[in-house]
Design a protein around this ligand. Structure first.
Ligand SMILES: [Zn+2]
Length: 401
């Protein structure tokens, strides 16, 4: 919800030309650009932390998958071992059978008396009693040997059977491991999904906060300036010339009074000539019309515009206007026509302080009427706009703003 609010607000801010204080308040908790930037960097840390968690979880999933693969591999090997044990048992049983038959034959041979039996012949061929006993014992040993073989075979069968049991138990154990690893992977997967969602949320917040930072930076808001102030007086980053063409006819500062020719008088701005009465006069930068004076006996029609340039407050003033094209509170851009050049025949009836068509243009620090209230303070805050606007020296013309 917070995210959507921000996006809506940014869209609103970017595409609607009238800026309201309410909109700015809702967009972020930050009151200044510095706070907003701090929010942005803590969001970025949060994102980095989430990314780290994500990598760790992915590593855990990979390790669990590897363990499962290992367990499955062991099961396969064990199943081969079981097969081998079964085959061995079959072979051993075969051997037992063969040995049994061999014993049977031997015993049968013992009992045969027709002289065909090799064992009996061997026994009866004895040359003495001792020899007889000896030969009898040999035959018995053959039988014993066969019996021993059978015991060995049986023993091997038992061992193979035990091996099968052991392997079956191990397989159970491994299958349990696989099951618990699968459960672990599943919960890690859920965790990963959650982290990914969180990361996306944080990224959204980063993006929208970054857009706000860019927006306020481009407005020219100061780091510690109240963002509401900055937006209500739409900021800017630089000043432009108030006329498309012109030439300075009188510099800023102390000069001979052009009307009386006597003494030195402070000139609070630059006079710009070279334009007919009625030529468009533009606001020098984005801002808000803060003050309008009509038909003053010295200065005639005057417009004062409040600006925030790179976070600093200024007032621009346009004097001797033939017409005033704006109202107090109007938001202006540097392309807004605030009025037209006067000071000549068109304004002579009421403005006695102009000798011909020209614009008197003044720049002052602060907002005259807000930061300070008196005209003398305004004058004290004026500064030479020649350098600020990049105006050429007297007598030389410019042809673009
Ligand atoms: Zn002047």
């Amino acid at each position: 919800m917070k995210k959507i609010n921000k996006l809506l607000i940014i869209t609103f801010i970017l595409f609607i030309s009238s800026y309201t204080v309410i909109v700015t308040n809702a967009s972020t908790n930050a009151k200044t650009l510095r706070e907003l930037k701090n929010e942005l960097s803590s969001l970025k840390s949060k994102k980095a932390q989430k990314d780290n968690e994500k990598t760790q979880t992915q590593g855990q999933i990979a390790a669990s998958n590897q363990s499962i693969a290992n367990a499955k591999n062991e099961i396969n090997i064990n199943q081969n071992k079981v097969e081998k044990a079964k085959e061995d048992i079959v072979e051993l049983n075969k051997s037992i059978k063969e040995t049994n038959e061999s014993i049977k034959k031997t015993i049968t041979a013992y009992q045969v008396t027709d002289g065909q039996n090799v064992y009996l012949e061997y026994v009866f061929d004895a040359t003495s009693y001792e020899d007889l006993v000896y030969r009898y014992a040999i035959v018995e040993q053959i039988l014993d040997y066969n019996n021993e073989q059978i015991y060995k075979y049986n023993d091997l069968i038992k061992k193979n059977e035990q091996l099968q049991i052991d392997l079956a138990n191990r397989e159970k154990e491994l299958n349990n491991q696989i099951n618990s690893l699968s459960d672990k992977i599943e919960s890690l997967g859920d965790k990963l999904e959650q982290i990914s969602e969180d990361t996306m949320d944080v990224q959204d917040e980063i993006n929208s906060t970054q857009e706000l930072v860019n927006y306020y930076t481009n407005l020219g808001c100061g780091l510690d300036q109240d963002l509401n102030d900055c937006v209500s007086i739409k900021g800017d980053t630089s000043f432009r010339k108030p006329l498309s063409k012109g030439t300075i006819t009188s510099y800023f500062g102390y000069r001979i009074n052009p009307l009386t020719g006597a003494g030195t008088k402070f000139h609070s701005g630059v006079d710009i000539g070279g334009n007919k009465e009625g030529t468009n006069v533009y606001a020098t930068a984005n801002g808000m019309v803060g003050k309008i004076i009509r038909r003053a006996s010295c200065g005639g029609n005057q417009v004062y515009v409040f600006h925030t340039i790179n976070g600093r407050q200024y007032t621009s003033m346009y004097m001797h206007l033939l017409t005033i094209n704006v109202s107090i509170g109007d938001q202006v851009t540097s392309n807004t026509v605030v009025g037209t050049v006067g000071g000549g025949a068109g304004t002579r009836s009421y403005d006695s302080c102009s000798t011909g068509a020209h614009l008197h243009f003044t720049l002052a620090n602060g907002w005259y009427g807000k930061t300070y209230l008196t005209y003398s303070k305004f004058l004290a805050n004026t500064f030479d706009p020649k350098k600020t606007l990049g105006l050429p020296s007297k007598g030389r013309y410019w042809y673009s703003r």
